[in-house]
Design a protein around this ligand. Sequence first.
Ligand SMILES: NC(=O)c1ccc[n+]([C@@H]2O[C@H](COP(=O)([O-])OP(=O)(O)OC[C@H]3O[C@@H](n4cnc5c(N)ncnc54)[C@H](OP(=O)(O)O)[C@@H]3O)[C@@H](O)[C@H]2O)c1
Length: 351
Amino acid sequence: MDKILQTGLSLGMSTTSGFHTGKPKPTESPSPPSTARSTRPTSALAAGPGATRARGATGRKSGRPCKPPDASSTTPASTLSTRPRPTATANPNGESERRIGKLVKGLPRDSYVIQTKWLGRAMDVKNYVHPSDAPYKTLKSSLERLELDYVDIYLVHGPTHPQSIKAVAEGLAKCAKEGLTRTVGVANYPNEKVLEMKAALAEHGIPLATNQVEFSILRRWPEVQGEIKACTVNGMDFQGYSAIANGRLTGKYTVENPPPKTYRFSSYPMEDIQETLAVLEKIAKARGKARASVALNYNISKGALPVVGIRNPEQARQAIDALGWRLSEEEMIELDRVSVEDTKTVFWQQG
Ligand SMILES: NC(=O)c1ccc[n+]([C@@H]2O[C@H](COP(=O)([O-])OP(=O)(O)OC[C@H]3O[C@@H](n4cnc5c(N)ncnc54)[C@H](OP(=O)(O)O)[C@@H]3O)[C@@H](O)[C@H]2O)c1
């Protein structure tokens, strides 16, 4: 079954199409009491290259310093989490990486954090010929496009790689040891595979830095299933992508003006999420904030590092406005009551 799915992915089949179009399943778990609320700094946010289907690039500088690569470093990933990160997710032709490379050209290397990904493709012969070298070779190409000597975080894009976790870990460890990346992580991994990868990397003396999974008010699955907690317990960052549900949590889309069909993450019919949007709007109005800022603050308050796709200066401003404050416990409970749990898929989102 896995092989068939991987072949589909390799042929360009959508990873998410059709999976989120059912009725949203409300989350039953209550808000944690305030004492158990996230201790994540209020200044954590990662900026992705617009939406995943929008192949533009964006990034922000940070005043916080960043150490040069150190292969022997066991610096916990959480030390990186207070800095904004441009994410240069590799699209098929690497255009995001080229654009981000141009964007940061000339800036001091310790003034920004770069994250990119490797996707194991079943139909890519190199993945089989060089099972452990595939992530290494791919990162070398990414660095050429970025015109950089190293990235800060290198992720495995999804758990659908044809190689074993041990083989992937070997490749990731080689990247870290040769200084091509400061830290390594995974995306869309369920807890058991996170732990397997952590153990496999530990054999090479390399820590696992992060797990990146879809997380928002419209997808609390990783919170309910314990993926966020597992990251905290294991000294890792939990990154939550599609943090505003492809724009659905911003007020720009309505029943009359739904998002394009290609905006596939948490793609519930707008009719089905009206109650959620009404509560979000009420809290945003009371706070004098944009709905996007409140939605992102919700994620931060849950212990996630939101990865948000930004396409223009106003969207960047609203993302930044999610920082430096916290929703109250009452507001979190209100949002939890209208939140959606969602589920996982074997195709892609196992976490
Ligand atoms: N690991 C994975 O499998 C995976 C999967 C998906 C995404 N990601 C990562 O997560 C990043 C973000 O995810 P995403 O782009 O899918 O989802 P997102 O952040 O939930 O949505 C971003 C989109 O919402 C709109 N938007 C952003 N800020 C807004 C604001 N303040 N007001 C109104 N609209 C706003 C923009 O699109 P429009 O202006 O076009 O409406 C933007 O492209 C990606 O760049 C990628 O790095 C990872």
